[in-house]
Unconditional design. Structure first.
Length: 168
């Protein structure tokens, strides 16, 4: 059973006192209020016309915030689509691996700068965001198209790429 933890918090934005009902922690609310105040001050101080009212600034602030949110959602959908494509590629590679498992394995080669470098880059935080990891993975996959090979077996590479896509 979920416990109702909503509480009232009074905040001040652009000199106007507001009471919010929220279940967010105080640090989060303070952060949001601070960012809104900063935006409002910037709009009021650098308004395109003199005499920008607090209401005008609030509306412009809301428009900016919604615009940024819509862009972020679009970017997230694009990344989800990319992830889906990678998942399809992983499934195809697994199927190919199952077909090849009956064949003798090739001896491992010393890895100059291929898969091991990719692995080290991603594990060392070579891009903290999912987008950075996807870009790193894309560069690796592009290098595979160009015929560069790493030192790990194909099965090990597939397992590793699959773990990256799952976020493990």
């Amino acid at each position: 059973m979920e416990q109702n933890t909503k509480r009232k918090i009074t905040v001040e934005i652009a000199g106007v006192s507001l009471t919010l009902v929220t279940d967010e922690n105080s640090a989060f609310v303070d952060s949001v209020v601070s960012q809104v105040n900063d935006r409002m001050e910037a709009i009021l101080a650098g308004g395109l016309r003199t005499g920008t009212s607090t209401m005008d600034a609030a509306l412009l602030c809301a428009i900016d915030s919604v615009g940024e949110r819509l862009k972020a959602e679009k970017r997230m959908r694009n990344l989800e689509a990319q992830l889906s494509l990678y998942e399809v590629n992983v499934r195809n590679l697994k199927e190919e691996l199952e077909k090849l498992q009956g064949q003798p394995a090739k001896p491992e080669q010393e890895d100059g700068d291929g898969f091991t470098r990719l692995s080290q880059t991603l594990r060392a935080g070579g891009g903290d965001s999912a987008e950075d990891k996807i870009k790193t993975l894309e560069r690796y996959l592009d290098s595979k198209k160009n015929g560069q090979d790493g030192g790990m077996t194909r099965e090990e590479k597939i397992r590793y790429i699959e773990s990256l896509l799952r976020g493990n």
